[in-house]
Ligand binder design. Structure first.
Ligand code: ATP
Ligand code: MG
Length: 682
């Protein structure tokens, strides 16, 4: 009990003790929201005596889930088995394992990642842009639309085409028993929606539900939560409207704004002390976010006392920026700061390259989070494809990736013929190869190839047999049978790839040791769910996108690329308020010092361009006495601006009105006088 309440303030403790009914904890960054829900979980189990298995705690990243689990378990004395504390997607995965049979599907399905999804789409349609189709399919699924709904909903030819791709994509997933990320939640919802008894039983099981980062839930996740609350309303959510940064992915800020209307009798708790950042950092973050209009507006008081002022780092170009950042980091490290307490954040991933070079020159170790992930490397994807085919021989998608790796002399033309023949028979490629008589195969491809294919299928079957008997022996059998390391022996970067493969084998053995009961497909699905944040471990400084930094904290934070066009990102579809929230998330990761960097020019998209300092410097109150800053953020005749109600217009006159500027703006022919603070510069 003491362990739980030792480090909580009054409001936090009150929220912990409010175990019954809907609870909303609404508070700014670093105010101890996450701390509060894990303490609440410990309280429920340890003090109230709720069995751990009757609780469910969800968040958005694996890294966060892992940390939360460790922290809550350290507060609980005796727990027979740990509570379910995981990401929404992991919850969906577990749920589908037990219930997907109700959709007449086998539970040895494989979860595909974004890269797989794109490859499947590209195969179906290579004319329309793949990323567009991928995001539309995601949108349809999150709106619970079938391909038919999507088709009927639009008059546009290209969108009708996208709906058709969606239909084929769904067919492909079903045929190969694949499930994509969106399905993990959409199918879970569908099952609960179509089976009221199941919804009731599931809700009865999870009597106490807690959600971190609630501001980033989308409509589908909200609906799922409603189903989980079928027989009770013990739902506790925590979040911060100012940190909602997934609008582009359909996150619904309304979910948090209207929580008390969705769940009647809500107890609202506000936390107003910030325990993370030194006062000057908080002041800058608060000043920035105050420029947003659609916000609830919360108080956030610094409790950690004064500290260094926020530093602005001006550079002529990205190379100078990289040098300056590296030099500062070197100093920090020399003074005894631990590397893992330093982070470099950016809005767009391309900005990391120049800083990486700078760090390399200074010999500073760094970990790039969300770059080319370990699991995205070609050699690792090949291995994963092997394991996929071994667990599910009918996974044509993966089979095609590996059938000629290592080279077995099978050309694309031969493969196409085999695939077509399989399609005609209505079987998978594997099935076709094993079932077709030798003569039939030889009629399609060269004799030698026919024999190779038969042998390949036989080997797959043998290794699958070993896997079933012992997952531990499986990995050696895989390497022995297919000699996968040999593929890279004579390649230029072969050594590194072989090391990666060994690392993968090591990870596999680890997994088997930790969960000896698990099957191969469980291993695969775990892998696919690894979020980019999982790489944050060990002793090196971190570089990551602002999105990936959510919920984390570091002693020293550098934000690079604070220029118009990069932060805020401007242009089609960008939302200035969401950009500001990203700035707020970035600033509030810092505990001790915050350094904001901008460069006068950058080389990107093949040329060097001059850049303006981000308006966020001015908004955050960091421009006193700096002419350049004021010039860049002042309004002038000819500027394009946006008004919440009147839309986009052009400034045709500027005059002073008290301490503010009054603008005359032409909105599509209608001229209006408007105070400068009511519009955004585009
Ligand atoms: P974010 O909005 O970034 O997710 P948060 O509100 O979840 O932040 P936490 O991560 O829970 O905040 O806490 C921020 C820091 O403050 C942590 O280092 C935590 O240990 C510390 N902290 C939380 N509550 C208290 C408290 N009552 N007294 C002292 N320190 C606290
Ligand atoms: Mg948190």
């Amino acid at each position: 009990m003491e362990k739980i309440f030792n480090h909580l303030n009054e409001s936090q403790a009150a929220a912990v003790k409010q175990t019954e009914g809907p609870v909303l904890i609404l508070a700014g960054a670093g105010s101890g929201k996450t701390t509060t829900i894990i303490s609440r979980l410990a309280y429920l189990i340890e003090v109230v005596g709720i069995p751990a298995s009757n609780t469910l705690t969800l968040t958005f990243t694996n890294k966060a889930a892992k940390e939360m689990k460790e922290r809550s378990l350290s507060m609980i004395e005796n727990v027979a088995y740990p509570p379910l504390l995981c990401t929404f997607h992991k919850f969906g995965l577990l749920f589908l394992k037990f219930n997907i049979h109700l959709l007449k599907r086998a539970n040895n399905f494989v979860v595909i990642d974004t890269d797989d999804k794109k490859r499947i789409i590209k195969k179906i349609n290579s004319e329309l842009p793949t990323p567009l189709i991928a995001s539309e399919i995601s949108r349809y699924k999150n709106s619970l639309m079938t391909p038919d709904d999507a088709y009927k909903q639009t008059e546009l030819f290209s969108y009708k085409q996208i709906a058709e791709v969606f239909a084929e994509y769904e067919k492909y997933l079903l045929e190969n028993n694949l499930v994509d990320f969106d399905d993990l939640i959409a199918l879970t919802y569908k099952l609960l929606d179509e089976n009221p008894e199941l919804a009731k039983a599931t809700s009865q099981k999870y009597q106490y539900i807690m959600i971190d980062e609630y501001q980033d839930t989308n409509e589908l996740q909200f609906k799922l939560l409603q189903k989980l609350c079928t027989v009770h309303n013990n739902l506790c959510v925590v979040g911060d409207d100012d940190q909602s940064i997934y609008g582009w992915r359909g996150a619904h800020i309304r979910n948090i704004m209207e929580f008390d209307q969705d769940f009647s009798g809500t107890h609202v708790f506000k936390l107003e002390e910030n325990y993370r950042s030194r006062a000057p950092i908080l002041k800058v973050a608060n000043a920035l976010i105050e420029h947003n209009r659609s916000r609830l507006g919360k108080k956030l008081i610094a409790t950690r006392g004064n500290g260094d002022d926020v530093t602005t780092l001006n550079s002529n170009d990205e190379n100078e920026e990289a040098r300056k950042v590296a030099a500062k980091i070197e100093k920090l490290l020399e003074s005894g700061v631990r590397a893992r307490e330093i982070a470099i954040l950016y809005r767009v991933n391309v900005l990391s390259r120049s800083v990486e070079e700078g760090l390399n020159r200074y010999g500073i170790n760094y970990k790039l989070v969300g770059g080319l992930r370990f699991y995205d490397r070609a050699e690792i994807k090949d291995l994963i494809s092997y394991i996929r085919v071994i667990t599910n021989h009918h996974d044509d998608f993966s089979l095609k990736r590996i059938v000629n790796k290592p080279k077995r002399g099978l050309g694309k033309a031969s493969l196409d013929k085999i695939e077509l023949a399989a399609q005609k028979k209505g079987t998978s490629i594997y099935e076709y190869i094993t079932q077709a008589p030798m003569e039939e195969l030889e009629g399609l491809v060269r004799k030698k190839n026919a024999a190779t294919l038969k042998e390949f299928a036989k080997n797959i079957q043998e290794v699958a047999g070993i896997a079933q008997a012992s997952t531990y022996e499986f990995i050696d059998a895989l390497e022995e049978t297919f000699s996968l390391k040999d593929i890279y022996k004579n390649m230029q970067d072969g050594q590194e790839r072989i090391l990666n493969i060994d690392e993968f084998y090591g990870l596999f053995r680890d997994f088997v040791k930790k969960s000896p009961q698990s099957s191969l497909d469980e291993f695969l699905n775990e892998l696919t769910l690894q979020s980019e944040q999982d790489q944050v471990e060990g002793e090196s400084i971190y570089m990551m996108s602002i999105h990936a930094s959510k919920g984390l904290e570091f002693e020293h934070v550098f934000v690079i690329g604070m220029e118009e066009g990069f932060l805020p990102l401007t242009g089609d579809g960008s939302d200035l308020e969401e950009e500001r929230r990203l700035g707020y998330v970035a600033f509030t990761r810092a505990k001790e010092t915050l350094t904001l960097c901008h460069a006068g020019s950058r080389f990107y998209k093949g040329r060097r361009s001059d850049l303006e300092k981000s308006r966020f410097f001015n908004e955050a109150g960091l421009c006193k006495g700096s002419l350049k800053c004021e010039k860049n953020t002042a309004f002038k005749k000819g500027d394009l601006v946006r008004h919440k109600i009147f839309g986009t217009g052009r400034i045709i006159g500027v005059s002073k009105s008290g301490r503010e500027f009054k603008l005359k703006i032409n909105f599509a022919g209608t001229k209006r006088d408007i105070l400068a603070s009511f519009v955004e510069k585009l």
